[in-house]
Design a protein around this ligand. Structure first.
Ligand SMILES: Cc1ncc(COP(=O)(O)O)c(C=O)c1O
Length: 453
C-alpha cells in the first residue's frame, strides 16, 4: 500500500512537463505526440469568454469553441453564478422529481420547433443519440435505421452504428439494421424510405465533423415529407448546430422543418457541466414509454441532475436575452465573406462552407511525395494560426483538410477581422507555409501518425 494520492492542490501547481507526462502515461500517448507535433501542447491555465491564457500569461482567441460547446464562451460569469446558486440542492437524488429538470424540459419544449414536448436528459451527445435511436425503435416497432454517409453522431456503439464509416471499421459488428445514404441526395433517400420499414432517419442539418457540409436547398424539407409519408421518424441531430450556432436557435428552423425528435448536448449547459438530451413529440414518446411497464426502460444515473439543468436554464436565458443567434448570423456572414475573398485570391482554399458561426474552409491537397497527397493542410494552417497569431482552431474529424471556425457566439467584428487577416497573412506567405507543411507531413509519415483516426 502506501500510495499517496495526487492532491488537487499539487495538480494545480503542476509544471507543463508533469502535465504532458501524465497525459502520456495515464491517458493517450499517441494523441499526446500528435498534439505536440502540431504545437497544441500548451498549458492553458485560465479561460474567460473568447479568451484562454497559457502558463506564461499569453492570451489566445478560441475560434474552436469546444466544437460547438462554448456558444456562451468559457466560464460565462452568469452561468457560474447560476451554478453557485444551486450548490445547496441535492444534485443527484433519484428518489424525487428533480426541481430543475422539469423546468429545463419546459423551456426546451418552448424553444424547439413544432410539437416537441417530452425530454430525456443524459450526459453526452452520443448518449442522446443512442436514446433517440432506441425511442425510434420502441415507438415505431420497426428496427431499421437510416443515416447519411460521412455523418458524425458520436462514438458509443449505438451512435457509432450511424456514424460515417471512418470510425466504424475496427469495431464491427455494430448495431444491426443501420444503413446509410449519401447526404443531400433526396432521390436515394426516397428510394430507401419507400420500403416502409425504417424506424428513423437521423441527420445533421449541417454535417459538422464531415467537414461542415450544408445540404442542398430543400433537402431537409424533402426528408421531413418523405419521413411523414412512409411512417419513419425524422431525428435531427442538433448537437453541434443547436443553440444559436447557425444563426437560428436550431438549424432546422432555417428550413421550417419540424422533426419528430431532436438530439442536443454540447452548449446546452453553457460548456460548464456535461449534458445531453433528446426531445420528442408526445405521440412518439408515449408510443414508446407511455406505460407503467416501460417508463424506466431507458434511464441514466446523472441524467437531469440539478446542477446541469440549472446552468442549462441560465444558458438559454442568456442566448435569448443577448440575441446571440442574430450575432452568430451577422458575425458568421462577415467571416464567411472574408474567407471567400481569401479563397479567391490565394488559391489555397478550395471552398468555404457553413451557416452562421459554423464555418469550414476546405484546403486543396498538395502533393507531398509522388502519389501521396497532403490531406492535412488544414491542420498545418491551424498550427500556424496558433503559434503565430494565438488563434485556436482545428480540423474536422472526418475530413482533416477542413479548418473549422466555431467561436463563441459573443464574438465581435474586431475578432472576426483579426482571424481573417491572420489567415490571409498565412496564405500570402504560402511558399514558406507550404515548406512547413511538407516538413511536418514528412515527419508524420516517418512516425506513421494518422490524423483524426
Ligand atoms: C452532430 C454530433 N452528434 C453527436 C456528437 C457526439 O457528441 P459527444 O461527443 O458529446 O458524445 C457530436 C460531437 O461532436 C456531434 O457533432
Amino acid at each position: 500500500m502506501g500510495y499517496i494520492p495526487v492532491t488537487l492542490e499539487e495538480v494545480l501547481n503542476s509544471t507543463k512537463t508533469e502535465v504532458i507526462n501524465r497525459y502520456r502515461t495515464y491517458l493517450n500517448p499517441e494523441l499526446a505526440s500528435l498534439l505536440s507535433l502540431l504545437g497544441f501542447d500548451k498549458m492553458f491555465v485560465k479561460a474567460q469568454g473568447l479568451k484562454v491564457f497559457d502558463d506564461e500569461g499569453k492570451g489566445y482567441m478560441d475560434f474552436l469553441g469546444g466544437y460547438g460547446t462554448l456558444n456562451l464562451g468559457h466560464n460565462h460569469p452568469e452561468v457560474i453564478q447560476a451554478l453557485e446558486k444551486v450548490f445547496d440542492l441535492p444534485n443527484i437524488f433519484q428518489a424525487s422529481m428533480g426541481l430543475m429538470a422539469g423546468a429545463l424540459a419546459e423551456t426546451l419544449a418552448k424553444i424547439t420547433p413544432g410539437d416537441l414536448n417530452k425530454t430525456f436528459f443524459c450526459n453526452s451527445g452520443a448518449e442522446a443519440v443512442d436514446g433517440a435511436l432506441k425511442l425510434a425503435r420502441i415507438s415505431t416497432g420497426r428496427k431499421k435505421i437510416l443515416y447519411t454517409d460521412n455523418s458524425f453522431h458520436g462514438k458509443t456503439l449505438g451512435a457509432l452504428s450511424v456514424t460515417g464509416r471512418k470510425y466504424q471499421d475496427p469495431f464491427r459488428p455494430l448495431v444491426p439494421e443501420c444503413y446509410s445514404v449519401p447526404f443531400g441526395d433526396g432521390d436515394t433517400l426516397a428510394r430507401e424510405l419507400k420500403k416502409g420499414d425504417y424506424a428513423a432517419f437521423i441527420v445533421e442539418p449541417i454535417q459538422g465533423e464531415g467537414g461542415i457540409v450544408v445540404p442542398p436547398e430543400g433537402y431537409l424539407k424533402e426528408a421531413e415529407d418523405l419521413c411523414k409519408k412512409y411512417g419513419t421518424l425524422l431525428i435531427a441531430d442538433e448537437i453541434q448546430t443547436g443553440f444559436g450556432r447557425t444563426g437560428k436557435m436550431f438549424a432546422v428552423q432555417h428550413d421550417g422543418v419540424e422533426p419528430d425528435i431532436i438530439t442536443m448536448a454540447k452548449s446546452l449547459s453553457g460548456g460548464v457541466i456535461p449534458i445531453g438530451a433528446y426531445i420528442a413529440t408526445d405521440d412518439v414518446w408515449s408510443k414508446g414509454y407511455g406505460h407503467r411497464d416501460r417508463c424506466i426502460l431507458h434511464t441514466s444515473t446523472f441524467g437531469g441532475n440539478n446542477f446541469a439543468c440549472a446552468v442549462g436554464l441560465k444558458t438559454i436565458e442568456i442566448l435569448i436575452r443577448d440575441n446571440l443567434s442574430e450575432n452568430a448570423r451577422d458575425m458568421g456572414n462577415r467571416l464567411h465573406r472574408k474567407l471567400e475573398k481569401i479563397a479567391e485570391e490565394y488559391k489555397l482554399i478550395k471552398e468555404v462552407r457553413g451557416k452562421g458561426l459554423m464555418i469550414g474552409a476546405e484546403f486543396y491537397e498538395p502533393q507531398l511525395v509522388r502519389g501521396l497527397s497532403m490531406e492535412y493542410l488544414a491542420g498545418m494552417v491551424s498550427g500556424l494560426l496558433l503559434q503565430e497569431y494565438h488563434i485556436i482552431t482545428a480540423y474536422t474529424l472526418n475530413n482533416p483538410n477542413v479548418i473549422r471556425f466555431e467561436p463563441p457566439l459573443t464574438v465581435g467584428e474586431e475578432e472576426v477581422d483579426y482571424v481573417a487577416e491572420s489567415l490571409e497573412n498565412i496564405c500570402k506567405q504560402q511558399k514558406s507555409f507550404l515548406g512547413v507543411a511538407m516538413d511536418i507531413g514528412k515527419k508524420m509519415l516517418k512516425k506513421r501518425i494518422g490524423f483524426g483516426e
